[in-house]
Design a protein around this ligand. Structure first.
Ligand SMILES: [Cu+2]
Length: 257
């Protein structure tokens, strides 16, 4: 797919009447030199599943004080919004853990960017969800469901920093990050309690734990992989796992808190 795209660009750029120049452009194009883009092999690839267990004393999260912004406070209709820095699910697992293949993929392999757009909403003056994963170059879309202004301010170390405000009902912002970076913290300049995290990976093998604390990574080539989990408070954990074609293996992680 990448080679086709590169050839198309080379042809349109040269007008079609200079074949020698076209050929030279194709062979020097980085996309052509790096080989075709791969996609996860859902039919014959391996699957790594697991859950992230929390074994420690469940921490008490503070109630967020939204009184400085009545629109935010009203959106919770009198119920308390706790900090979501740590969310232990009812089944004893940990929510919002980023899980990714840290190493072990074939070196030099380039991966197609998933066509899906990842959503990050501002709702009740909270980022929903708190943690998202995107591949380098993959679109993610930021929406504002609140009747108040927000200011989205990612604080990357490797990618360029930006900061944009978004008013109620404003059209969604569509963004990408070009370079791998796990994780990028996102804050809101208006509401200091708002926090999100974006894991940017150079391939499509990542997941985020939800309300059941599980994750599934599908379509991996056979190989030996380092799987890393990352939690914003409890940090990283790693395990190594070897999978064959069509093989499915479970790898559970356990945070003590
Ligand atoms: Cu905000």
């Amino acid at each position: 797919m990448g080679a086709v795209l590169a050839a198309g660009l080379a042809l349109s750029g040269c007008g079609g009447d200079k074949p020698a120049e076209t050929a030279a452009t194709e062979t020097t194009a980085p996309a052509a030199a790096a080989g075709p883009l791969a996609t996860p092999d859902e039919a014959n690839g391996a699957t790594i599943t697991g859950k992230v267990v929390f074994t420690g004393q469940k921490p008490t999260m503070p109630t967020l004080d939204m009184s400085a912004n009545p629109a935010c406070e009203r959106s919770h209709k009198g119920t308390e919004q706790k900090s979501e820095e740590v969310v232990v699910n009812p089944n004893g697992t940990l929510k919002s853990v980023f899980v990714w293949v840290k190493s072990g993929l074939p070196s030099g392999q380039r991966w197609a960017v998933p066509a899906t757009t990842v959503s990050l909403d501002q709702n009740g003056c909270m980022y929903r969800p708190r943690v998202i994963g995107v591949m380098t170059g993959q679109n993610f879309q930021i929406t504002n469901s609140d009747p108040t202004n927000h200011n989205i301010h990612p604080q990357p170390r490797v990618n360029p920093e930006w900061n944009e405000s978004q008013s109620p009902g404003q059209v969604a912002l569509t963004k990408t990050f070009a370079r791998p970076e796990v994780m990028i913290a996102v804050k809101c300049n208006v509401h200091p309690w708002m926090r999100a995290f974006v894991g940017v990976v150079g391939h499509p093998f990542f997941a985020v734990t939800g309300d059941d604390g599980t994750f599934t990574i599908r379509g991996l080539p056979p190989g030996t992989y380092v799987i890393q989990t990352l939690h914003e408070k409890y940090g990283p954990m790693e395990q190594t796992v070897t999978v064959g074609p069509k093989e499915s293996k479970a790898v559970d992680f356990s945070y003590k808190g």
